[in-house]
Design a protein around this ligand. Structure first.
Ligand SMILES: [Fe+2]
Length: 382
């Protein structure tokens, strides 16, 4: 006999907004969408405005996640418009990138630049980054432990070789062009320990698109990544929204608000390898690479962290940048030069606080001082 759905109070509506769906509750979606009285209407203007931002979570918004609106084409419209605006901004930033890189990126959606820095500069950067000890955050997910150490403005002031080597027109230009905004990306040292325990692969090991609009992430590798390790894997050309891709996005957008897969519900659509093939894209490419290789990609294309056999450790300078996808201008960083990069720490802290409050920390937590090479803690099997 069906149970009666619990009545929502204003408190539980606020709780909904902060914490999202209660996993396992048969009434979770009803609770989410049927917000209580006044609180629901108070949020609605904000949720309508969010349509014109990078907000992507279907399950957070009865507007972005609305099956009716998405049947009428809201999600596909946002994706197409974001793509067009990114193309316009990229055209204005094209002079920042060498023609052959531009051509390769527009064809494939990613670039792999071997020997990115000259050997001396790379050695100086690597020594400085590997010795960096700072407050870190870590996340344990499946068989992977990921550590992030921010490389913000205060950090870079104490790391002259890294600052001199990274913050060059060449490095920043690639991120500006691919990200379609002339702004400095958030920088971190990222350490990925695969196989730290007996468990399933982590959530990044399944094919997905990070979000609906063009965006950029990069890894300047400080350690080698071999064939059987967690190499970046990308589906060439999947950054382009083909007709088949848009039809797939439309279908998924009808049910994404209540998707079993948490990350699809949050707007990072998961897809199987078979479905990728049905969309007409070529086979994925798993990248193996040596230190001093820059891998940079538009992660609105399908990608994943490659599966790893046994224990592996990958250390890189990780960069990401994401702005409002609907703006027509490709303006530079509005932050004054001495403060540029300060946002990395603030962004990390804010992101962690919001996700924590909403119960979506995905295991991220502060761990105090760490170096990139400090061994992972012993963790029990999942
Ligand atoms: Fe991703």
């Amino acid at each position: 006999m069906p149970q009666e759905a619990p009545r929502l109070t204003h408190c539980s509506a606020a709780n909904y907004w902060l914490r999202g769906r209660r996993p396992g509750s048969p009434y979770a979606y009803r609770q989410e969408v049927h917000l209580a009285g006044a609180f629901r209407w108070l949020l609605l203007p904000l949720q309508i405005v969010q349509v014109a931002t990078k907000a992507k979570a279907f399950r957070d918004s009865p507007v972005i996640g609305s099956p009716t609106l998405n049947r009428w084409g809201l999600h596909v419209l946002r994706k197409r418009l974001a793509q067009q605006m990114a193309e316009r901004r990229r055209a204005k930033l094209a002079h920042l990138v060498a023609p052959e890189d531009r051509e390769a990126f527009l064809r494939d959606g990613f670039l792999m630049k071997e020997n990115f820095l000259d050997p001396d500069s790379f050695a100086a950067l690597r020594d400085e980054v590997m010795a960096r000890q700072a407050k870190a955050r870590e996340s344990l997910d499946g068989y992977t432990l990921t550590r992030l150490i921010p490389l913000d403005a205060p950090a870079l002031r104490r790391m002259p070789a890294t600052r001199r080597t990274l913050l060059t027109p060449r490095y920043l230009g690639l991120h500006a062009f691919i990200g379609s905004y002339g702004r400095r990306p958030y920088l971190y040292v990222q350490t990925i320990f695969s196989g730290v325990r007996q468990a399933q692969p982590d959530v990044q090991s399944f094919y997905h698109a990070d979000t609906f609009h063009p965006t950029v992430k990069s890894w300047l590798l400080l350690t080698p990544v071999s064939e059987n390790e967690a190499g970046f894997t990308y589906v060439p050309g999947s950054h382009r929204a083909t007709r088949r891709r848009l039809a797939w996005e439309r279908r998924v957008s009808l049910t994404a608000h209540q998707a079993r897969d948490r990350l699809t519900g949050e707007g990072s659509l998961r897809i199987s390898e078979e479905a990728i093939a049905r969309l007409g894209y070529p086979a994925p490419v798993k990248l193996k690479a040596q230190p001093n290789t820059l891998i940079i990609a538009d992660t609105s294309g399908f990608h994943r962290r490659g599966l790893s056999e046994g224990f592996a450790c990958r250390i890189s300078v990780w960069a990401q940048s994401r702005s409002n996808p609907f703006l027509p201008w490709s303006a530079g960083d509005p932050v004054p030069a001495p403060l540029q990069g300060v946002g990395t720490r603030l962004f990390g802290w804010l992101d962690a606080q919001i996700k924590q409050a909403r119960g979506r920390a995905n295991g991220w937590h502060s761990v105090g001082l760490r170096t990139p090479t400090a061994p992972p803690p012993a963790v029990p099997a999942e």
